[in-house]
Design a protein around this ligand. Structure first.
Ligand code: AMP
Ligand code: MG
Length: 421
């Protein structure tokens, strides 16, 4: 322990043992209030944004009852139960060109997929089940009344909520807005997130490396993860391991942003000022989570801004960001219940070292084995500084807090990276 201020005394009494991951997440989410303010955007520009109000449909989707098949529109009660049915073809209904008349008993209308059902008809026989004989259609036995008809409003009924406030607008959602004929939507402002790296050993790319120096990679991974999440980013560069520099950066960031993400300086070395500066300039929620990589992790608040002090090790940054920061930023963006990352079982093709005590996120490559089951291999050396193991991976292998080592052939839980956008 260093001779600096002991942050334990400032951290509300729940500081000494590391928090369970699930508890850390629920404490973080309990602190988050969605950003205020918003704007109205054209639907395409709203891709990736979060709705600030329910979208109520003014129309039925589909707007008219229509055929789901190419075939013949007919009256169900005309169908013979145990024989073919002969009907007179009185016209055609095509998509966008409806049949104007009415179908009476003994009649049918040639109909295309998506074309409006003609007045009187309630059933479609697909063309594969119909033979033509001049103006007559001979319908095969076995058709069911009401089949192959899409009812008006069956997708979305007029007056119903098509999309709720808090919905993230993905391609399907902007498609739904298109289907409603909506051209503009109200969305929340994007959260503004300031980030910087701490460390006297860090250099920017383009600068020469001196003795004991390394390039700052965390600002690249953090930039990438924030940008993919769709937040506004404010890159504050590298901050030196000095108390005043760190506190000054905190103040600047808290003024400018809704959330602050830093890396490095959260453990208890002599040059680690982040947790201490958080205690002095804001409030510390907690600063240890039972997660590997990543145990020291400072969460708190500076002014109105949420604060996430991530560890310095590159893999710790990515694991803690995805598990704890991403859901918080989604909630900050206005998504009420960010879905937990998708997990699935897989067979481990590797021996995995693990001691009980922390939830571990090892890096793996998930694929399908010859027997059709999902198989996961670890990606080489799993050290928390080995970022190439993350780049080579396509999933986390999630090993529960209480679990011990994994043998080849054991079932494990994986989290595909696709879950993290
Ligand atoms: P710290 O948490 O500051 O003690 O840093 C832990 C480890 O992560 C040290 O080996 C640092 O050199 C390394 N590290 C810290 N910040 C960065 C960064 N921005 N990019 C790459 N490595 C870093
Ligand atoms: Mg450091």
């Amino acid at each position: 322990m260093s001779s600096k201020t002991n942050v334990d005394c400032c951290a509300d009494g729940h500081d000494a043992p590391a928090l369970k991951l699930i508890e850390a997440l629920s404490r973080i989410l309990a602190e988050v209030r969605p950003v205020g303010g918003g704007e109205t955007l054209a639907v395409r520009s709203a891709l990736g944004r979060v709705l600030s109000a329910d979208v109520v449909s003014r129309i039925d989707v589909p707007s008219h009852t229509n055929s789901a098949m190419d075939g013949y529109a007919l009256i169900g009660t005309d169908l013979s139960e145990d024989d073919e049915t002969r009907l007179e073809v009185i016209g055609t209904s095509a998509a966008g060109r409806p049949f104007a008349g009415e179908v009476r008993t003994g009649q049918c209308v040639r109909i295309m997929t998506g074309a409006p059902m003609p007045e009187g008809a309630d059933t479609v026989a697909m063309q594969e089940n119909v033979m033509r004989d001049g103006d007559a259609a001979i319908v095969a036995v076995g058709q069911k009344t009401g089949q192959h008809v899409r009812q008006a409003g069956e997708d979305i009924a007029a007056g119903s909520v098509a999309l709720r406030a808090g919905t993230l607008l993905m391609p399907a959602e902007i498609g739904v807005l298109g289907s409603l004929g909506v051209s503009e939507v109200s969305v929340r402002r994007r959260p503004r997130v300031a980030f910087f790296s701490t460390g006297d050993e860090l250099r920017r790319v383009g600068e020469p490396l001196g003795e004991g120096q390394i390039y700052d990679s965390n600002r690249y991974t953090i930039f990438g993860m924030l940008t993919r999440l769709g937040v506004e980013v404010l890159d504050m560069g590298i901050v030196r391991d000095e108390r005043d520099a760190v506190e000054q950066a905190f103040a600047t960031a808290a003024d400018a942003a809704d959330a602050i993400v830093t890396s490095g300086g959260v453990s208890v070395g002599d040059a680690d000022y982040v947790t201490e500066a958080l205690a002095r300039t804001g409030t510390v929620g907690f600063w240890k989570v039972a997660i590997k990589p990543g145990r020291p992790l400072a969460f708190g608040r500076i002014g109105d801004a949420l604060f996430f002090g991530l560890p310095g090790n590159p893999n710790s940054v990515m694991a803690t960001f995805y598990q704890l920061v991403q859901p918080a930023l989604q909630a900050l963006a206005g998504m009420p219940d960010p879905a937990p990352p998708l997990t699935m079982p897989a067979v481990s093709a590797s021996v995995l070292r693990k001691k009980p005590g922390r939830t571990e996120f090892q890096r793996g490559v998930l694929s399908r084995g010859d027997d059709g089951r999902l198989v996961v291999h670890k990606t080489g050396h799993q050290g928390s500084g080995v970022l190439s193991s993350m780049a080579a991976a396509n999933c986390f292998i999630v090993l529960p807090e209480d679990a011990g080592p994994v043998s080849e052939g054991d079932e494990v839980t994986v989290q595909p990276f696709a879950a993290f956008v």
